[in-house]
Ligand binder design. Structure first.
Ligand code: ZN
Length: 249
């Protein structure tokens, strides 16, 4: 397998995205390699820079593959928004208003799922089981049906904004790590890189994943969330979304 960096749930937070891309570049230079980027959706929603974040993702030099998230589809009107909170719906509407036609067209190109057959990687925003229903995949009790519903070695998911690496042994035993693990041939994996633009595990730092054929490692990166918050207030975005960035919840 090649060397990858996996990002998800950018949510229009350009400061966090820039910090993560800079961190990946620095690590690439250090290692003398060029990692390929994979993105697991929700490029927009919540944050103040949807256009700039889509522009960064559509640059193919940056990102190899990107699947659609529920916020991306909500902005396009491709998924119902009744289950979103009133505040989230407000930002979906705001995002739809500020989005350029060119960037809307980019969002429309994101598939719901992507199988990278040669590498054995399956990309989906929510869960491989019924991906269009945006289920949360969080617990061992969610694991079995999802391991049955993807082809390949490793399933990469986003959506919950909670980073983890879940391993299923050939006998069906499950283990999980919040920081990373060595990868074993014969085991299969479901991995969430956490969220770039709106972490929810109590750590406000942006989260992403380094992945190659032998190791999956969650990386955290400090960024200037006060600048993102300033832009959110200026745009009149809902105060709870502004405030949660400093708590990482
Ligand atoms: Zn999200």
């Amino acid at each position: 397998m090649e060397e990858y960096a996996v990002i998800s749930d950018i949510h229009g937070n350009l400061e966090a995205l820039d910090a993560v891309l800079a961190d990946i570049s620095a690590k690439d230079s250090e290692a003398g390699i060029k990692r390929k980027l994979l993105c697991l959706g929700d490029v927009v929603g919540y944050g103040p820079n949807p256009n700039e974040c889509i522009a960064a993702v559509k640059n193919k030099k940056h990102v190899l593959e990107c699947v659609a998230g529920n916020h991306d589809w909500a902005v396009l009107g491709l998924t119902g928004i009744t289950y979103f909170s009133e505040y989230a719906r407000q930002v979906i509407r705001w995002t739809g208003e500020v989005l350029s036609d060119a960037n809307r067209a980019v969002l429309e190109t994101f598939p719901l799922v992507k199988l990278m057959e040669k590498e054995g990687l399956f990309l989906v925003h929510g869960s491989p089981y019924e991906p269009q229903k945006w289920h949360y995949l969080l617990y061992f009790s969610d694991a079995e049906i999802n391991f049955e519903n993807f082809k390949g070695w490793i399933c990469l998911i986003g959506h919950s904004h909670l980073p983890f690496v879940m391993e299923r042994s050939p006998s069906g035993g499950l283990t999980a790590s919040k920081t990373g693990t060595e990868l074993t041939t014969g085991c299969r994996y479901i991995i969430n890189p956490g969220s770039v633009g709106q972490p929810r595990d109590g750590d406000p730092r942006a989260s992403y994943l380094l992945l190659n054929g032998s190791r999956a490692e969650i990386v955290r990166v400090q960024y200037d969330f006060s600048e993102t918050q300033r832009k959110m207030r200026a745009a009149g975005l809902p105060p709870p979304f502004v405030e949660r960035l400093q708590r990482g919840l």
